[in-house]
Design a protein around this ligand. Structure first.
Ligand SMILES: Nc1ncnc2c1ncn2[C@@H]1O[C@H](COP(=O)(O)OP(=O)(O)OP(=O)(O)O)[C@@H](O)[C@H]1O
Ligand SMILES: [Mg+2]
Length: 248
């Protein structure tokens, strides 16, 4: 189980220095509040070329908390995940993830399984390891959990098989499972899932959901889906509407 992250100190530390070592009650409370959440999206707005998608959205997750997000196609769910993952910067509002505010640092704390195929034009192994030295045993265990092992074993080049430009040489379901194996190997405290089993047949989907259940245990999770029945376990479910989240 991941522990609460240390208070996001950057701003408070500046104030601490400016005030010669003194913080007022309000500043202390602000620090405690920041400490409480692993994901804190505060009053986020985001627009694509003038078209506003997120309109003052706020979402806070305590360490280990699981949130499910439902909502109509095009309402902004994937956009929200990209902001929480440090891939997009909001037009306004604050993003704190695992105590980090800088997008590059946020990205290190997050494992993201994206809805669309986002593989690099490299081998399966490189797509799973992403430059990290992952021991072979752990790599195969991740492939097993993501229901990839049997398919990889059947390939003449095995883990070194290229996936092609944007994964053009693998199926949508295989690309999705490669991302899941990547998330398992990354061992990050925050997991963001965007329809993680949408391209899988029912049986494979069910076994991958089982693997995801193991992966997400004790971590902080946002799971976007059109299928609430896939939100197994202790999920708080929100619905996105009008650029904001409503509970229930
Ligand atoms: N790169 C982009 N440039 C311009 N508009 C975009 C871009 N990406 C998304 N949009 C628009 O922003 C809105 C929100 O898109 P987003 O992908 O976040 O929706 P979503 O809720 O994830 O939808 P779905 O359930 O279909 O995956 C949509 O109207 C979409 O057309
Ligand atoms: Mg989406």
């Amino acid at each position: 189980m991941y522990q609460a992250y240390p208070v996001q100190k950057a701003n408070l530390f500046g104030e601490f220095i400016r005030n010669h070592g003194k913080l007022n009650e309000q500043q202390i409370q602000k620090g405690n509040k920041m400490c409480q959440y692993t994901i804190n999206l505060d009053n986020i707005s985001y627009a694509y070329e003038g078209a506003k998608v997120l309109k003052g959205l706020s979402l806070k997750l305590s360490p280990g908390e699981h949130v499910g997000i439902l909502g109509n196609s095009g309402c902004g769910k994937s956009t929200l995940l990209k902001i929480a993952a440090g891939l997009y910067e909001p037009d306004s509002g604050e993003v704190t993830v695992a105590g980090e505010r800088v997008p590059e640092k946020i990205r290190r704390q997050v494992a993201l399984v994206m809805q669309s195929n986002c593989l690099f034009p490299l081998s399966i192994r490189e797509n799973i390891c992403c430059g990290h030295a992952i021991p072979e045993k752990r790599l195969w265990a991740a492939c097993e959990s993501a229901r990839l092992a049997r398919w990889i074993e059947s390939l003449p080049e095995g883990l070194d098989t290229p996936v092609g430009e944007r994964g053009s040489q693998v199926s949508g379901g295989q690309a999705q499972r490669i991302q899941i194996a990547r998330a398992i190997c990354k061992d990050a405290p925050v997991i963001l899932l965007d329809e993680p089993v949408s391209s899988l047949d029912r049986d494979t989907g069910e076994s991958v959901l089982h693997a995801l259940k193991k992966l997400t245990q004790g971590r902080t999770v946002i799971h976007v889906t059109h299928h609430p029945e896939t939100l197994e376990g202790n999920y708080l479910v929100y619905r996105m509407e009008g650029g904001r989240l409503n509970y229930g």
